[in-house]
Ligand binder design. Sequence first.
Ligand SMILES: [Zn+2]
Length: 371
Amino acid sequence: MLRTIILLTILLGLFALAKGETVSAQTQKEYIAVALNDQLVSFSDAQPELIGGTTYLPLRAFAEAIGATVEYDVKTETVQVVRKDKRLTINIPDRWMTTSTGLSTSLPLYLKKNRLMVPFRTVADLFEYKVSYFPQGPIARARDGAGRLEDAEVYLSNQRKIAAEKAKLPDKIAYLTFDDGPNEHTAQILDTLARYEAQATFFMLARQIESHPREVKRMASAGHGLALHGVTHNAQVIYASAQSVVNEMEQCNAALTRVTGIRTNMARVPYGSKPWMSQSYRDRLVGAGYRMWDWNVDSYDSRSLNVTPDQIVREVVKQTAQLETPVILLHDRKATLAALPRILTHLQASGYDLRPLKGNMPPLNFWNDRR
Ligand SMILES: [Zn+2]
């Protein structure tokens, strides 16, 4: 009995570890080309990338390039890659892989443009390729008996193509912002963002910060934007004077600093800055060192208590259609959480990278006050 319990504890511990393992979106992503034997592999949408010295690539595209079959089971969120007697099974929610060679271990993975990104070496090793890294390019190469060229020759024969790929315009950026949290939905919002390797900005209320320190710390370590939404969320109280707005942001900032050690200059006033934040109010807020953020896409997720996920997705899709740089208003709510995977899928498929707002960016607001 005791032995069973210990074994279970170990197993559960391993799973917890596997679930926690994620590719940090904070890390710099760099270009890398992938070669199979003597040819570069082309990827139609999501491109391979180098993150902290590891090459990640879209699993399906690479599997197809090596002549393996790929099957995805929607119910269990499991992917199987099979070629001859070799089999790789990946459980996506658990970030866990098992292989026909007897390996069972955690696997860092993420979604990019709705493609499953996995470490190149793991897949190449299993299907018995020799993996090499050629720093010019750079090129990550999988090679078996069919490869004739040296790494340098692969590079030289593809130099122009690599240069063209590298020069491609960077992705457009969309900014997701979540107001009024953190609360009981925030942990799952953070899980979803991590799955899509997306980052967002949280405009938080002081009391919510105090009551959900774990989530706030998680936001900080995942590189999300930490921002302020005041204390009372009561228009009559916060807009009583220009100084009362500043006071609420200062109190909120103090809560943030107590929990994370971080102080921020990003503030969003409740209900948006019009009509209350007239010139004198803004001058006072800017004078206190803050930048005032509104939005240019309203998901209307807080318009009533029974807004559906479908309505939220539709609003975001419609309003982002013509925008180069959407700043999207969302809230830490159940329906928003349910809508989030579709919102992320849509934005990433439309070429947007999802990034946090930064304190050094000129703010977007309804007064066009860029201070
Ligand atoms: Zn609010």
